[in-house]
Design a protein around this ligand. Structure first.
Ligand code: TYM
Length: 344
């Protein structure tokens, strides 16, 4: 069941908890922004929020160590540039909180082989790897550990992560049933109806993704205004020349979805706005909106990146806060499973 972050729904007094994360692999892109980051920023004051940069997930496919470090700083700079504020939320690096790997092992022992084999992301990603690591197979269990460690109620993600959150719910319920108590809070996916699956501009049948073989279909945060405009102008459409609401191709629908999710106007209203307009005009309007949003983000991220020690401090404070919650959950888990506490 999906729960939308509806402004009419008031969180409980003790603030419901949100957890979400992005992998620091190569560039973040517009799909990450509208499917995740933008929604996190919008919710950070209403919920108790923890957002991770999940470098342990990143190494499930080969990474250059230097690039990985640089990408972690970049992701953090983009988080802050987009408006995440450590006064309101916790920002932390997954590998700096070892409870994430510890809980993954315990959850592994409650996860069935077949369950992981059914994960569509695993099937997709493993096709693209020469050799498939156990880590890639186990990736959803690490994600479940992330979510469950932080007593999460809601997980704001794009559509592609829904299956992983459902697995997390199954694992949490299984463990709770096994030990007859509330070891874990049962989380819900929170998926927006607009912008949950932004498609590749060159192939609107597949989602926009960091690992796309053709980068011209992906709008990266790091792209210059010129690159963004060029990519949008060359987005695949169809043989018509103007928008006909009775015959909308996937490419045009995707451009309308991008416009809708960035402007907070409904896709229906956006389509009405575009009706009868030449495709060139539609692309121009989408390009202007995308560059107006990504330009300040990029500039601010670059400014933040020039002060690495401040970013290190954010990570240190974030890890300290995240670890407190994570350790409290791990104590419950260790006790439930039957591990002996270390003598003092
Ligand atoms: P990742 O890094 O692939 O993507 C980060 C977030 O961006 C969303 N997203 C999209 N949304 C709309 N359209 C797209 N084309 C698009 N592409 C990506 C994703 O749905 C996601 O919300 N396993 C996760 C990271 C993770 C995580 C977690 C998330 C690790 N632990 C715990 C939530 C909770 C991943 O690889 O996302």
């Amino acid at each position: 069941m999906n729960q939308k972050l509806d402004p009419a729904v008031k969180p409980r007094d003790d603030k419901e908890k949100i957890f979400s994360a992005i992998q620091p692999t190569s560039g973040l892109h517009l799909g990450n922004y509208v499917g995740a980051l933008k929604n996190w920023v919008a919710e950070q004051k209403r919920y108790s929020c923890t957002f991770g940069i999940v470098d342990l997930h990143a190494i499930t496919v080969p990474q250059d160590p230097k690039e990985l470090k640089a990408n972690v700083y970049k992701a953090l700079a983009y988080y802050i540039a987009a408006g995440l504020d450590t006064e309101h939320c916790t920002l932390f690096l997954q590998s700096q909180v070892p409870q994430h790997t510890e809980l993954t092992w315990v959850l592994n022992c409650f996860t069935y082989f077949g369950e992981l084999g059914r994960m569509t992301q695993f099937k997709d990603k493993s096709k693209r790897q020469e050799s498939v690591s156990v880590g890639l197979y186990d990736y959803p269990v690490l994600m479940a550990a992330d979510i469950l460690l932080h007593d999460t109620n809601l997980v704001p993600v794009g559509d592609d992560q829904k299956q992983h959150v459902e697995l997390t719910r199954d694992l949490a319920e299984r463990v709770n049933r096994r030990f007859g108590n509330d070891v874990f809070v049962i989380p819900q996916p929170a998926i927006k109806t607009t912008g949950a699956r932004i498609m590749d501009l060159q192939d609107p049948a597949i989602k926009m993704s960091k690992s796309a073989t053709n980068p011209s279909g992906v709008l990266f945060f790091d792209d210059s205004d010129k690159q963004l405009t060029k990519k949008i102008n060359s987005a695949v459409t169809d043989s018509q020349t103007s928008v006909n609401p009775d015959n909308i191709s996937p490419g045009i629908r995707n451009l309308a979805e991008i416009y809708a999710s960035l402007s907070d106007i409904s896709p229906q209203a956006v389509l009405e706005h575009f009706t009868g307009k030449m495709y060139g005009v539609v692309k121009k309007e989408v390009g202007e909106l995308v560059t107006a949003i990504l330009r300040p983000l990029r500039n601010e991220a670059n400014r933040l990146l020039s002060d690495q020690s401040s970013l290190d401090l954010v990570l240190k404070n974030g890890a300290d806060k995240a670890q407190q919650v994570a350790e409290a959950t791990m104590k419950r888990v260790r006790e439930s499973v039957g591990f002996l506490p270390r003598s003092k």
